[in-house]
Design a protein around this ligand. Structure first.
Ligand code: G3P
Length: 229
């Protein structure tokens, strides 16, 4: 499963990029507004840093406007993926952008049939909103499972399932178990993915025990051993 960061904050992206596991970034108008700064420069800088897919969302609500904005956004950087809302107008825009060879991320998906239509329109990614579905007392995990099953039934559908609205580590587990192609994860959740008290306790114990051996310098030991052969 690919891991995207769901943020418009470059400092957060730089930090997670250094982990060596980051495949891409998703933004949305709320994240861009929260981050402040220039929208286009921000998505360009993100794309230059990650050298992977970076979703940037259109604001127009009519098909022609979405297509115009999408074509312009795609010119900002080769890694830009045009994010389009899952409306009837959005579907038409996805079809035209796909025909132009422009990648799209169809967002605000809350039920499997919406995902089927987005795939038929030629979406590169579909973004089911796991957390927001849980918020209204249906299962975000079921939503991803059903979309993955439907796409799996039809080989001609090559849209990738991008689990979005992830609120906690268990959502990442659910996305991976369901077979999602991508999970886009907020910075705070990403940090929690690694945290485990037993990892910290175990590491401290290993170091404490190692400090009792006569020679603790591994580099020196290996160098001497290599030279003696
Ligand atoms: O990618 C969409 C995601 O950012 C929405 O998350 O937590 O606002 O539902 P949330």
């Amino acid at each position: 499963m690919k891991i995207f960061l769901d943020t418009a904050n470059l400092d957060e992206i730089r930090e997670i990029y250094d982990w060596g596991i980051l495949d891409g970034v998703t933004t949305n108008p709320s994240l861009i507004a929260k981050n402040g700064g220039d929208f286009i420069q921000t998505v360009y800088d993100i794309a230059e840093l990650v050298q992977g897919p970076v979703s940037a969302e259109v604001i127009a609500q009519d098909t022609d406007g979405m297509v115009r904005e999408g074509r312009l956004l795609a010119r900002v950087h080769e890694h830009i993926v045009v994010k389009v809302p899952l409306t009837t107008q959005g579907l038409g825009a996805v079809r035209q952008l796909a025909d132009d060879g422009i990648k799209t991320n169809v967002t605000l998906c809350f039920q499997p049939v919406q995902a089927l239509l987005a795939a038929k329109a030629g979406a590169t990614y579909i973004s089911p909103f796991v957390g927001r579905v849980d918020d209204i007392a249906w299962g975000g995990d079921e939503l991803i499972e059903q979309i993955c099953s439907i796409y799996g039934n039809y080989m001609e559908l090559d849209t990738q399932v991008l689990a979005a609205s992830i609120r906690h580590p268990q959502h990442v587990v659910q996305a991976a178990l369901a077979g999602a192609d991508v999970a886009t994860i907020p910075y705070g959740v990403m940090k929690k993915l690694l945290d485990h008290p037993l990892t910290d306790i175990g590491n401290e114990k290993f170091l404490k025990d190692w400090s009792t051996v006569p020679d603790t310098d591994i580099e020196g030991q290996v160098t001497r051993w290599l030279e003696s052969r």
